[in-house]
Design a protein around this ligand. Sequence first.
Ligand code: NAP
Length: 297
Amino acid sequence: MENSIKRIGFIGLGIMGRPMCLNLIRAGFSLTIYNRTPGRMKSVVAAGAHAATSPSNVAEMSDVVITMVTDSPDVKEVVLGSEGVIHGIGTGGIVIDMSTISPSVTREIAGHLDKRGVQFLDAPVSGGDSGAIAGTLAIMVGGDRQSYDRCRPIFEAMGKTITHVGGVGMGQTVKLCNQILVSVTNLAVCEAIEFAERAGVDPLVMVEATRNGAAGSWQLSNLGAKMVRNDFAPGFMIDLQQKDLRLALEAGCEMQLSLPALAMVHQLFLSCQAAGEGKEGTQALIKALRRLRQGKL
Ligand code: NAP
């Protein structure tokens, strides 16, 4: 009995949260939801969820509460704020934050909950809205192992690759490692394409010739051709990527760890944002390099 969690609360029905909720309902969980903008709850209520009036109200009706909001201050507000989860959740409850936020703020929130006898797991995801819809997200979980084991069926309803990576904050840390890998590799793809173009090689031929060798990557295979074709429609928006890079750079500063390649990508993306390209996909990073060609566009 102790192990079977049935009542789940979910806060934050955005691009990611809504499909994750639908997968939890499909898996048979009883779901209570809250969204700051109430209209966004309609489709999930129609699928069988109960609507609550505040984060604390969600917590009163749940054994486990999941948050999927935007940034560190937002998670603090919905968990610790005046109408936060902390005021409604019972001793022995578990809070799971699946947003991408700061590892140190994560530990701070967990500390407040711990004083009330509430466990905390940080479980950020990778895989985008398509992964959220298909229930195939990669989920990186930090926190107490026993709580992780209890919550494993919840994660299985939303994701495919589920990894317990360490104590509280380590899920967010691994997510930021993921973002370092993704964005620095993106810059390498941009430079190789620029190099091929300048030297007179068809850049699409270069991508085909290299993508299955040691230089292969998701970025090369998926973003490379889009860059060449000037297809800048967003899979993942620059504005969202910048939030994650800022979190990684801040965490690096806290550890006195210099991240020169990441800082450079962050600055180049900043120039894209200044040029009004923040809502474009991250492959638009190549536009920053093209501007550096100084009039040779
Ligand atoms: P989104 O569509 O912008 O949704 C954000 C949700 O958070 C909305 O429901 C919003 O409520 C709520 N929210 C934000 N601040 C709040 C606050 N202070 N109080 C109460 N509710 C608040 O974002 P998303 O794309 O679903 O992303 C959610 C998280 O997942 C982010 O941390 C993001 O970095 C991460 N993530 C996103 C992707 C992706 O591809 N989109 C992939 C991996 C990870 P309203 O409806 O009232 O605005």
